[in-house]
Design a binder for this molecule. Structure first.
Ligand SMILES: *Cc1c(COP(=O)(O)O)cnc(C)c1O
Length: 400
């Protein structure tokens, strides 16, 4: 079958809940993906930062192949010999005492919300079913009904009510708005340290620190959704580290499995995560030995290949190079590490056509909202590859 036939089949039999670029990928390695016609592309999206370690990383592949031959799923009704090691290694790497494994990012967000509510009732003393959680506008935390309840994106939300009570939205980037929204029943504030899906929105310096301090002062938990920003993407293990913030609860996903398998987790210390008791929460696949083995290998790659440092250094370089491109269309280039957004001017005609033009030149990037191009290649990229891509990006950013 050719590209056209694959696309026609997909459009006919699949729900149309995405608008992908018309490239049909059949294999990938490192920073490169190949379509069914054999054309090679540089991946500048990394599956929304799930393949920070690069596509089909040989060590993660090996861990998966070894584990898949032994045992893949025990359910949490029994124990397995991979999960304890994942717990320990996650704790050693992140400094959090405990973790709770789930599968998708949205499930881990739901888990963190449940945990914050339980903490509010059992520790803070909020009256039952009265807890409130503060979130920011422009957020993206996933697609479940409770999560889209507090989305400010009409498309994500409008046709899907009724919604879940207990959430309050404030302006992103404004710490005083958080302070004003806190009430005696507030359980937590949940934020993305950088809003990825909103278009790589970086809050003002000091915002995260101020919010964390306000939370501490008011006995409110600070939850950092680091599903996209975490695990080396922004040039730190967690983006919160830029402001020396240690969130009470951290949510990770995406790169936790290097793109092989859905693995997410909630991290916290024992006084918080220790509150769950048997039966209160769970997942058939969460914590399975295959996922745990894959996650362990994925973390090891982040450590061994120094992806935090790579992301910081190469991110600085790419940012600088992109910023220096003279272009009539670019409004702003912003980012941290290798999470970079190029915002186009309103009159540029939208980011989509620029992404399509880059696709022609062998570079895959995706528009975020209408007018931001996100550059987030796998963190194993090298300077030579960036230098290979820059002339094409320069050309595209200067097209009519
Ligand atoms: C991708 C993402 C999620 C949702 O993860 P899924 O695995 O798609 O459910 C949640 N929060 C942030 C910040 C994300 O980028």
């Amino acid at each position: 079958m050719n590209t056209k036939e694959y696309i026609a089949m997909e459009e006919k039999f699949g729900a149309h809940n995405y608008h992908p670029l018309d490239v049909v990928i059949e294999k990938a390695e490192g920073v490169w993906v190949y379509d069914v016609d054999g054309k090679k592309y540089l991946d500048c999206l990394s599956a929304y930062s799930a393949v920070n370690q690069g596509h089909v990383h040989p060590e993660i592949l090996n861990a998966l192949l070894e584990q898949v031959k032994k045992v893949t799923l025990t359910s949490r009704a029994f124990r397995n010999d991979q999960l304890p090691l994942l717990y320990k290694e996650l704790s050693e790497m992140t400094g959090y005492e405990m973790s709770l494994p789930m599968n998708s990012g949205a499930e881990a967000v739901e888990t963190a919300l449940k945990l914050a509510r339980k903490w509010a009732y059992r520790v803070k003393g909020v009256p039952r079913h009265q807890a409130e959680i503060i979130v920011a506008d422009g957020n993206f935390h996933g697609r479940t009904i409770s999560i889209i309840t507090f989305s400010s994106e009409a498309l994500y939300r409008d046709d899907f009510g009724p919604f879940t009570p207990g959430f309050v939205t404030v302006k992103y980037g404004d710490a005083s708005a958080v302070e004003k929204a806190i009430k005696p029943n507030t359980a937590a504030v949940m934020l993305e340290p950088i809003q990825g899906e909103a278009g790589v929105i970086i809050p003002p310096d000091g915002y995260l620190k101020q919010v964390a301090d306000i939370c501490k002062k008011n006995n409110v938990l600070f939850i950092a959704d680091e599903i996209q920003t975490g695990l080396a993407r922004t040039g730190k293990l967690f983006a919160c580290e830029y402001e020396d913030v240690r969130a009470d609860i951290v949510i990770v996903g995406k790169a936790l499995s290097g793109g092989f398998y859905p693995v997410s987790a909630v991290l916290a210390d024992k006084p918080i995560l220790g509150l769950f008791t048997p039966g209160e929460h769970g997942s058939t696949f969460g914590g399975n030995p295959l996922g745990a083995a894959v996650a362990r290998a994925s973390l090891k790659v982040i450590r061994n290949e120094k992806l935090v440092e790579r992301s910081r250094q190469l991110g600085e370089y790419l940012m600088e190079q992109l910023s220096e491109i003279p272009s009539p269309h670019v409004k702003e280039v912003r980012g941290k590490g290798l999470l970079i957004g190029v915002e186009l001017k309103p009159q540029a005609g939208g980011a989509r056509r620029f992404c399509e033009a880059m696709q022609e030149k062998g570079i895959l990037a995706k528009e975020t909202h209408d007018h931001v191009i996100r550059f987030a290649p796998p963190l194993v990229i090298d300077k030579e590859t960036i230098d290979w891509a820059l002339p094409s990006i320069r050309e595209v950013l200067n097209m009519k």
